[in-house]
Design a protein. Structure first.
Length: 255
């Protein structure tokens, strides 16, 4: 009998389990549509039951609570965003191998950082459902129970690991200063590249959130994000000339 693998658990699925997983995926598609139209506040078990034409009680066989539904939706969105980022990094690596002569290592490392920044800033347009969900949950963190929120952490860290690796590689290549020692609130050591990653992603998210301001700004959120990336990279020791060359290279990849 033909079997498939559950991407969430790695377990083999029989025919009945595959049908159940397909129905679950369809429910998550409908929930994502609700987020797109009404925001996270519009994702309730009653609203999803109505959209799916299910009896409300039947939804609880797939998701034990609204919190579990939102966590499942967030995990799926993060998995997609992480996969997209990994695919782009691989494309940038391939593009670098085709260049002759090859750019200096520091320029190549900075180009990948700039390209990641551009990819992140384009995410609301390219991946609107996944990205809006993440932004909504940033400002509505209380909608998930502690246990459900914890179940999202590995997927979130997989997304953050892409820029973390790029920043660490840039420091190794001499494009940025070495990470300074840091510690968490419990005085435990923290990976410096991860600390830089968090600062960078928070800055870019903040730039994108300016789209929601009711008063106009004399710039776009994407342009503001690019300025923040440039400022952070310079602050972390990037050479201005190398950064300018890297930006040209990254711009060529986006064509």
């Amino acid at each position: 009998m033909h079997s498939e693998i559950d991407e969430r658990t790695g377990e083999v699925l029989d025919r009945r389990a595959r049908k159940r997983e397909a129905r679950r995926g369809h429910l998550l598609d409908l929930a994502a549509d609700l987020v797109q139209r009404h925001g996270v506040a519009g994702v309730t078990m009653a609203a999803l039951a109505d959209a799916a034409d299910y009896a409300p009680a039947s939804l609880y066989t797939y998701f034990p609570s609204r919190s579990a539904l939102l966590a499942a939706l967030q995990r799926r969105a993060l998995h997609k965003l992480a996969a997209v980022a990994e695919e782009h990094v691989a494309d940038w690596e391939d593009a670098l191998t085709e260049l002759s002569p090859a750019p200096p290592a520091e320029v190549a490392a900075l180009a990948k950082l700039i390209a990641f920044s551009d990819l992140f800033l384009a995410a609301p347009r390219r991946y609107p459902k996944e990205f809006r969900l993440q932004q909504e949950l940033l400002v509505n963190s209380e909608v998930e129970d502690t246990a459900d929120a914890a179940s999202v952490v590995p997927a979130a860290m997989a997304v953050l690991d892409v820029p973390r690796r790029l920043l660490a590689a840039a420091a190794d290549a001499g494009a940025l200063r070495s990470d300074e020692p840091a510690s968490d609130p419990l005085d435990q050591p923290v990976d410096g590249a991860l600390l830089r990653t968090l600062a960078w992603i928070v800055a870019l998210n903040g730039a994108l959130l300016t789209e929601r301001l009711t008063t106009g700004l004399p710039t776009t959120e994407a342009a503001l994000g690019r300025e923040l990336t440039t400022a952070l990279l310079l602050g972390w020791g990037a050479d201005p000339a190398a950064l300018a060359t890297a930006r040209t290279l990254a711009h060529d990849w986006a064509r």
